[in-house]
Design a protein around this ligand. Structure first.
Ligand code: NAD
Length: 497
């Protein structure tokens, strides 16, 4: 009991010595305590990261050597998957099977990918573009990066943020979400033990409004990268504008899941259950809007309800549990308020909509919920609920389906379900979302760029594209004429030779 945070290679308490308990959303038990960092701690971490960037070895190491540190950290995490998954499950409420069989192994693979991808970074070939000199394009790190992460996939989102940032030679201050800091500290520990130079990665726990805000404003920070709510992204853009920092924002989503008349309905229903309730619906790509052709909606909904009834809700540490509690009772209340709003606005509640207390579960539970007869203008069809709530909407024509699908402020992810190739391609092309799946919903690989359009933000996590977000191109010109007075100098001063 009693975690510390990582600043400048040292494990330290908050400068105020304040601590805060971290609790389980399943039974309310205190799992551990972490330092309650504040602005002063954020500034100390920025100083350490700045020093490590300006004078430390990390940005100057060859990509191969940086990759070796990644591979060591990945091996350490691999050897600790079971305890890390248990910690993630207890703290976040996600099921142990998801933490242990998906989030953690995928994070290890992400690091292994970056260890190699960092060695492939390219810039344009140099050339004599003016005729008189050679121009070299150097791809360089941006500098000190503040990485700010959410609570839904605490470990994995931290890996998605620091993965491309560190491998490209930046130094990082990582701030986890206040409810879920524990596995992020363990990520810092793995990199520390793997031999990352002091100050290259700093982990500061504390509230977003203080630590996150300080990082977003600090003049010595060059870039802020957030995965979080759209409202937080807007605040960070504003704070970062004071010193013209680069920002990279992975924000909210409201994914459409479009089921055409000819779709394989059994596959679509399985996909909807899995992609709708993944991580308790606390997933930015979760399939929350099931937009179903009117001729198959009845059959689809009937089958969906049969499958929903079989979802096993309970203790997230049991491997037989499909749906654990939400991350916090505050989030539970928020989701139940959306449910009430849905009912008030005339959507038809077909399943769930309760906090499961009736079933003797005392944690932050919300039962798997299905609303039918949802119309595009309803609050639950527009706003990100971030809980286990599926909305069924109906369409008749292709154009109507696309209009409903695109008719939200978000643009992160979506899917189309059809056996007709032309429909699939036309719909996938027309969807204004950064990830589009056909006859599936969710799969991502370490190699696949993931990121949004519209108010879901910009920039990419994962894939080689993410490396470009964290680097900048410098152009270096070398004169080859050796002449004191160049042919073009007269355009400023004197006459042509
Ligand atoms: P959040 O925006 O409340 O918090 C995210 C992080 O920002 C936390 O670390 C928080 O402490 C910090 N923060 C809060 N206020 C801040 C401020 N003023 N300045 C700087 N930092 C601040 O988000 P959340 O509730 O933790 O996570 C859920 C959200 O994350 C959802 O909207 C979800 O869609 C989004 N998300 C997006 C992606 C993606 O890839 N696009 C992935 C996962 C989650």
């Amino acid at each position: 009991m009693g975690q510390k945070m990582l600043i400048g290679g040292e494990w330290v308490e908050a400068s105020s010595a304040a601590t805060v308990p971290v609790t389980s959303p399943f039974d309310g038990a205190t799992i551990d305590t972490v330092p309650q960092g504040g602005r002063e701690d954020a500034r100390a971490a920025v100083d350490a990261a700045r020093e490590a960037f300006d004078r430390g070895p990390w940005p100057r190491m060859p990509p191969r050597a940086r990759g070796e540190v990644y591979l060591k950290a990945a091996a350490l995490i691999q050897s600790r998957i079971a305890p890390l998954a248990e910690l993630e499950s207890r703290n976040q409420g996600k099921t142990i099977k998801q933490a242990q069989d998906a989030d953690l192994p995928f994070s290890v693979d992400n690091l292994i990918f970056y260890a190699g991808a960092g060695r492939l970074l390219d810039a344009k070939s140099p050339g004599e573009f003016t005729g008189d000199g050679t121009t070299i394009f150097r791809r360089e790190p941006v500098g000190v990066v503040a990485s700010i992460t959410p609570w839904n996939y605490p470990f994995m989102m931290a890996v998605w943020k620091i993965g491309p940032a560190l491998i490209t030679g930046n130094t990082v201050v990582l701030k986890p979400a206040s409810w879920t800091p524990l596995t992020t500290l363990e990520l810092g520990r793995a990199f520390d033990e793997a031999g990352l130079p002091k100050g290259a990665l700093n982990v500061v726990t504390g509230p977003g409004g203080e630590v996150g805000d300080e990082l977003s404003r600090h003049p010595k920070v060059d870039m802020v990268s957030l995965t979080g709510d759209t409202a937080t992204g807007k605040k960070i853009m504003e704070a970062a504008s004071g010193t013209v920092k680069r920002t990279q924002l992975e924000l909210g989503g409201k994914a459409p899941f479009v089921v055409f008349e000819d779709a394989d309905l059994a596959a679509a229903v399985e996909g909807a259950i899995v992609a709708g309730y993944v991580n308790g619906g606390q997933d930015c790509t979760a399939a929350t809007r099931l937009i179903v052709h009117r001729n198959v909606r009845g059959k689809f909904v009937k089958r969906l309800l049969e499958r929903v009834a079989a979802i096993r809700v309970g203790d997230p540490l049991q491997r037989t549990t499909d749906l654990g509690p939400l991350v916090h009772t505050t989030q539970q209340r928020r989701v139940l308020e959306f449910v009430e709003k849905g009912k008030d606005e005339g959507a038809q509640l077909l399943a769930g909509g309760t906090d499961e207390r009736a079933k003797q579960l005392t944690g932050a539970f919300v039962a798997p919920t299905v609303f039918d007869a949802v119309t595009p203008d309803m609050t639950i069809a527009q706003r990100e609920v971030f809980g286990p709530v599926l909305d069924v909407l109906e369409f008749e024509t292709f154009d109507q389906a696309l209009e409903i699908a695109n008719g939200v402020e978000y643009g992160l992810a979506g899917s189309v379900w059809t056996n007709d190739l032309r429909t699939a391609v036309k719909a996938a092309n027309a969807l204004r979302f950064g990830d589009v799946w056909v006859n599936d919903h969710l799969p991502l690989g370490s190699e696949t760029p993931h990121g949004g359009m519209k108010q879901s933000g910009f920039g990419k996590d994962l894939g080689a594209d993410s490396l470009y977000d964290y680097t900048t191109v410098k152009n270096i010109y070398i004169d080859l004429t050796g002449q004191a007075r160049k042919a073009w100098h007269y355009t400023t001063y004197g006459d042509p030779a």
